[in-house]
Design a protein around this ligand. Structure first.
Ligand code: UD1
Length: 420
């Protein structure tokens, strides 16, 4: 199994270009099905979840291949409307293909995505919304059989602003007749990116970024060339790395507006963070101060995906920082691993209390999930001695090459491939 070896204790100094956003490109890859044409994606990150999406597209009869730095997808030849159980299990967010396949084929068969590292991952809101638009969905032995001779636009109200449900409904509504309004829609920047992509293909979607998204269905879509937005969680990870180890770094391409809740907390802890059109500069000197309670919430609140990396950054801060995880049930699995490095964290239900310690020390640790794994890297940079991080396949789901990026920022980190 591949591992990361981190020699901690040094300050960071350097620059890195931020990869394209994983959470943006996955729904965009599903949306390419609606174009029925050639799409060229620029700035698409090379990740395990992107590979899984490519395999899903290929299994549906579509072409999807890298042409240099561009991911070229041609969905003209789509000839299947089911996704195998094996492919569904490879990527938990594969449910996003449901709305797109249904809109294009009038039916879709796939297995239930099931739970994930973060706890149960229900898709009841996706299914209820699709039913509102006229889909018939049978759930049978872990499989979903969906048919929709016609999808009809109407208002769909989400009881919570689910990112995946909002995206699935946007895709289904593009293939429907009339106007769909998604109320209490998620407002994440990746939803705006999906809207921009769909409109570049000829769709009529408006309102993304607000709680009401309107989709005028029934327009024939076509291919386009599109650049995926920068990954705000990768950017948050590297900001937290600088906060953890100290240093001064520049994140080229990162958009500070997408990260305002994260940067506000880092400033409160004593870092200087400034953003402009080129990227984000972050300078952190001396020990961090404790922060106000960090409560995860749907965008524009503090992102649950940045909870673990921020927690790792404050392990040596002066004072006590309280975290409250409100989105996923099982999102403190990194805590036991951080404790092996000397962290002082107490967890009770959705609350975690971090009391800053003088020093952290290197230790063998194991990734429990994608962002929890990134948090181990962030903590290891501030620990004395060597940290060996195993089960990094979780990290590979969402970071192109975290060791390469952190090395550009001056970190002492190498990847040891399996079998070496
Ligand atoms: C997306 C992101 C993920 C991020 C999360 C929250 C992608 C590929 N993944 O996941 O990185 O952590 O948003 O920002 O973009 N829920 C239901 N029923 C549903 C759908 C969701 O109860 O049908 C609940 C979930 O269990 C969770 C909450 O709603 O508690 C938010 O989930 P959601 O916004 O849907 O997250 P994802 O789209 O799965």
């Amino acid at each position: 199994m591949s591992q990361l070896l981190v020699e901690g204790g040094g300050r960071l100094h350097g620059e890195v270009r931020i990869q394209g956003a994983k959470n943006s490109v996955l729904p965009i890859l599903a949306a390419t099905l609606l174009a029925g044409d050639r799409v060229e994606l620029q700035g698409c990150p090379r990740l395990r979840d992107v590979d899984a999406s490519i395999r899903i597209l290929q299994s549906l009869g579509c072409r999807a291949a890298w042409e240099g730095d561009v991911l070229a997808v041609d969905t003209a030849a789509l000839n299947r409307c089911e996704i195998s159980d094996i492919l569904m299990r490879e990527m938990r967010s594969s449910a996003i293909f449901l709305g797109a396949i249904l809109a294009r084929c009038g039916r879709a068969d796939l297995s239930y995505p099931g739970g994930c590292e973060l706890g149960p991952r229900p898709i009841d809101l996706h299914l209820a919304g699709l039913r509102d638009l006229g889909a018939e969905i049978r759930e049978e032995g872990g499989f979903l059989h969906c048919t929709a001779a016609r999808l009809r636009g109407r208002e769909v109200v989400l009881s919570i602003p689910s990112v995946g449900a909002t995206e699935n409904l946007m895709l289904a509504a593009c293939g429907g007749e009339g106007v769909t309004v998604i109320s209490n829609a998620a407002r994440e920047p990746e939803i705006v990116d999906l809207q921009e992509f769909l409109n570049a293909c000829g769709a009529r979607v408006s309102g993304a970024g607000s709680s009401a998204i309107s989709v005028e269905g029934g327009h024939a879509l076509h291919g386009c060339t599109y650049r995926v937005m920068p990954d705000r969680i990768a950017a948050a990870t590297y900001l937290c790395a600088a906060a953890s180890a100290g240093g001064d770094i520049f994140l080229r391409g990162a958009n500070e507006q997408h990260l305002s809740t994260v940067t506000a907390l880092l400033r409160e802890a004593g870092c200087s963070v400034t953003g402009d059109s080129a990227g984000i500069t972050c300078i952190c000197q001396g020990p961090l101060l404790a922060m106000r309670p960090v409560r995860t919430a749907p965008y524009p609140g503090f992102p649950t995906d940045a909870q673990a990396v921020l927690m790792a950054a404050v392990l040596r801060s002066r004072g006590v920082t309280v975290f409250e995880e409100n989105i996923f049930e099982n999102r403190y699995r990194h805590v036991d691993e951080l404790a092996r490095m000397g962290a002082n964290i107490r967890v009770a239900g959705r609350i975690a209390v971090v009391t800053g310690v003088e020093t952290l020390h290197g230790a063998p640790v194991r990734c429990t999930d994608l962002r929890g794994g990134a948090a181990l890297c962030v903590a290891a940079l501030a620990a004395e001695g060597q940290t060996r991080i195993s089960e990094i396949c979780h990290i590979d789901r969402g970071y192109e090459d975290i060791a390469r990026d952190l090395r550009s920022l001056g970190a002492n980190i190498i990847r040891e491939e399996a079998g070496h």
